[in-house]
Design a protein around this ligand. Structure first.
Ligand code: F6R
Ligand code: MG
Ligand code: MG
Length: 367
């Protein structure tokens, strides 16, 4: 049976500040998606939060980019925004950049990761969600999962994975895409995805079968809006087991925290801390950035689960290390490399300050 798994998310208001989501919002979203399941549009759904982002995980048979599914998500965000406004939550409706729905939520503000596939005998899927960071944050974890034998030993010793994976990379500035085959093109691949603010892994495919293995959201709200409206706070779906990396290989990259863009005012580098859903509450300096992972088994589209995978004790040391990395970065205050380079910051006063002091700049005398 063909199933589409869609994860559509938006920050439609934070509680308190940008640190978490209000339970009333989650309850209302569950009610609305419950109605859509009752009407037969959805096979199943799971509503959760990652920090201040409302996450709608849905299964259905409408295919990718379905107008009906995207409209359902959009209407849910709009409805929940009304509650956010009543409670005067912070930044109510902040990710809803358009006034009216126009067929597809891509480019309108919400983040989308979707994939359609033939459900396997046992279909293990893992949904990663992050807060206070941008889509490029998935580049290194996806590389490790699908191309690094030190992370995924299945690439070496499992016959059904030994043929490797193909990475579809998007250049979000030029709106172009290119595909690289791992393992033979990993050096070329890394030239691009090592610059995650511009080049982002959109999809990963199992080369021998062509089957979809991973799909991420690559929206960049700053580019969509042309002004600051928050980091994208991305999502990513990964299929697991069998011809794909095992659950333990999929979550392994998060055991060694890396520095990602985001954190306070979307203008800093900070460690990506693996946490449980409950602990996805970026608080210290509005962070550090968080990642959660929900695992499900699909049963004819039914979402059996979730298991809150990064809640596991084996990530305790990673959390401690992330806190230590946070201290190291915070020591730099408003200096790079904690603060992002000028053109990557989501907030800046540079134009106004430059305007104010322009007349005071004089030529440096020649030696
Ligand atoms: C970062 C983020 C927060 C806010 C900060 C200021 O992605 O959401 O760090 O940028 O709390 O928020 P405003 O400008 O809404 O008061
Ligand atoms: Mg927010
Ligand atoms: Mg957020």
């Amino acid at each position: 049976m063909k199933v589409t798994l869609s994860t559509i998310k938006a920050d439609i208001g934070g509680y308190v500040g940008h640190s978490d989501s209000h339970p009333d919002i989650l309850a209302r979203a569950r009610e609305l998606l419950g109605q859509a399941k009752g009407s037969g549009l959805l096979i199943d759904y799971h509503v959760t939060k990652c920090g201040d982002d409302l996450q709608l995980i849905m299964t259905h048979q409408q295919g990718e980019s379905s107008e009906k599914i995207h409209k359902l998500a959009w209407d849910t965000f709009v409805d929940c925004t009304e509650i956010a406004k009543k409670l005067k939550l912070h930044g109510a409706g902040q990710d809803l950049l358009a006034d009216a729905f126009s067929g597809n939520v891509r480019g309108m503000g919400p983040g989308v990761a979707e994939m359609e596939f033939e459900e396997r005998g046992a279909e293990t899927v893992i949904i990663f969600m992050a807060d206070k960071t941008s889509s490029g944050a998935w580049n290194m974890p996806l590389y490790k999962m699908f191309a690094d034998p030190f992370n995924t030993v299945g690439l070496v010793i499992a016959a059904n994975m030994h043929g490797g994976f193909a990475f579809e990379v998007h250049d979000i500035k030029e709106h172009k895409r290119v595909t690289f085959n791992a393992p033979e093109e990993i050096y070329d691949l890394l030239v691009f995805i090592g610059a995650p603010s511009r080049f982002m892994v959109k999809n990963v495919y199992h080369r021998e079968t062509g089957n979809i293995a991973a799909a991420s959201s690559t929206q960049r709200l700053a580019l969509i809006a042309g002004r600051y409206v928050g980091k994208d706070d991305p999502v990513c779906i990964v299929r697991s087991q069998g011809e794909f990396p095992a659950v333990g290989e999929v979550v392994e990259p998060f055991s060694a925290p890396i520095l990602v863009e985001g954190w306070m005012r979307g203008s800093h580098q900070g460690p990506l801390m693996p946490v449980s859903v409950e602990d996805s509450t970026p608080t210290r300096f509005d962070g550090p950035p968080r990642v959660i992972a929900l695992g499900f088994q699909l049963s004819s589209g039914r979402l059996v689960g979730p298991r809150d995978l990064l809640a596991d004790k084996s990530f305790d040391l990673a959390r401690q290390e992330a806190n230590e990395m946070a201290d190291l970065m915070r020591r730099h205050g408003p200096f790079e490399p904690h603060r992002l380079p000028l053109d990557e910051m989501e907030y800046t006063t540079m134009p106004q300050v430059m305007e104010k002091v322009r007349g005071r700049f004089t030529d440096i005398p020649a030696d």
